[in-house]
Design a protein around this ligand. Structure first.
Ligand SMILES: Cc1cc2nc3c(=O)[nH]c(=O)nc-3n(C[C@H](O)[C@H](O)[C@H](O)COP(=O)(O)OP(=O)(O)OC[C@H]3O[C@@H](n4cnc5c(N)ncnc54)[C@H](O)[C@@H]3O)c2cc1C
Length: 389
């Protein structure tokens, strides 16, 4: 059997792919693997560029664990199947008058794959998707199906909001949502240096604000998105022109296969870091054509979040899958580290265990809680084992 991620750059040969259809099945599979000394990884939609899903043993596919299970309109919360793709959540939530507070650039990920890595969109007042997790149901290596949240198994909940697939098979997530809302996009083009000089004010003035810089130009091509009371306009316009419900406006179509490195930089370092990346591309990498993306993220309290306790700028660099990206990405990483960056868990990085441990204040706590529910490391692959303290 063979497996590859979305970009096709990561490949594996699992000896078994288990398609999960129920929580009971997930719990029994976890226990069987643990008893037999086998290892399991769970796949989401395979959009990560980091080797999180790679397994040459058991690969569990939770696409059968989907749906909306309990909606509470009063508290604006819902339980959702862990394997539900984000695009499949939009309409059912909307039918209940609810919506996700924010979304990333695309909506192809499984909701549990997205929360596993701290997937985020843009907005100075908006946190990543892991922050929206207020509870989870997890099939542990012991075969138990446990529920966790702020009021019960609180440490397990804290640690597993950003889980890297390392705690067990997550079967359902409890999400904090908000009332359904409409958004209107506005696209713009401006000089990069000028854009950076007043980015903080502009970002504060809009619910969502971001731009792409295209190498070897002076141009930033951006989007600002705000709530609107205007009616939705169908058919939807192109990216940058839409006015509709949030789940119709926030996700984009990104079909061109690429690899990506992204770092989260303290907000105040953003412009200087971006200028350093611009300089690097101009002088050392004149052949790179893929754009650099510049977004914002509010501070949060999720243990391994890249925005843990600090307002953040995220800067993403991309390269074509047909080209060798390592020299370019390593040079960018040096700049990101100089600006106190933390790498996105679902994208490329070359950091060691010690470097990551230094960046994440709750690193030891995260591993302590993880190890307590999976002492034999049934849910670790070689990459995660290499990070284990
Ligand atoms: C085109 C593209 C656009 C992107 N845009 C953005 C963006 O705008 N913002 C951003 O932050 N990131 C973005 N990403 C990165 C992406 O959101 C993350 O890598 C995300 O984690 C991928 O989700 P997935 O469902 O594909 O999960 P996978 O990549 O398949 O898995 C991610 C992790 O989740 C675990 N997992 C999944 N389901 C379960 C489960 N039920 N139980 C236990 N563990 C589980 C896996 O084991 C793994 O550790 C993008 C990636 C691509 C390719």
């Amino acid at each position: 059997m063979s497996w590859q991620n979305w970009s096709g750059k990561l490949k594996a040969k699992p000896n078994r792919i288990a398609f999960l259809r129920s929580e009971a099945d997930a719990a029994a599979l976890a226990k069987q693997a643990d008893t037999n000394g086998q290892h399991i990884r769970v796949a989401g939609a395979t959009h990560s560029h980091s080797p999180l899903v790679i397994s040459n043993e058991i690969l569990a596919d939770p696409q059968g664990l989907t749906g909306l299970f309990a909606v509470d309109q009063a508290t604006r919360t819902a339980w959702v199947g862990a394997g539900t793709r984000i695009y499949a959540l939009g309409q059912p939530l909307h039918a209940n008058g609810l919506a996700l507070t924010n979304q990333g650039d695309i909506d192809r990920q499984a909701i549990c794959g997205a929360t596993a890595t701290g997937t985020h969109g843009t907005g100075t007042r908006l946190k990543n998707l892991s922050s929206a997790v207020i509870g989870a149901r997890i099939a542990l290596a012991s075969g138990e199906l446990v529920e966790c949240g702020p009021d019960h198994n609180a440490e397990l909940w804290q640690a597993s909001r950003l889980h890297l697939g390392a705690f067990g098979i997550i079967t359902r997530l409890h999400l904090q949502l908000e009332d359904a809302y409409r958004l209107k996009e506005h696209s713009w083009t401006a000089n990069l240096a000028e854009t950076l000089s007043h980015f903080a004010e502009d970002a504060a003035a809009h619910r969502h604000h971001e731009f792409f810089w295209y190498p070897h130009t002076d141009e930033a091509r951006g989007k600002s998105i705000d709530r609107t009371e205007e009616p939705a306009q169908y058919p939807l316009g192109g990216e940058g022109e839409r006015c509709a419900w949030s789940y119709e406006v926030l996700p984009n179509h990104r079909p061109h296969k690429h690899t990506e490195m992204e770092y989260s930089i303290p907000f105040e370092h953003g412009p200087a870091c971006m200028r350093d990346i611009q300089q690097l591309l101009t002088t050392d990498f004149p052949d790179v054509r893929w754009p650099v993306e510049y977004r914002t993220l509010a501070a949060d309290d999720v243990w391994l979040s890249t925005a843990y306790e600090r307002p953040t700028i995220t800067i993403s660099v991309h390269e074509d899958i047909a080209r060798d990206d390592e020299g370019y990405f390593r040079a960018c990483e040096e700049i990101f580290l100089h600006h106190k960056g933390r790498p996105h868990w679902g994208k490329v990085n070359y950091l060691s265990r010690n470097q990551l441990a230094d960046q994440h204040k709750r690193w030891d706590d995260w591993w302590r809680v993880r190890n307590s529910v999976d002492p034999k490391g049934t849910f670790l692959n070689p990459y995660l084992k290499s990070l284990q303290p």
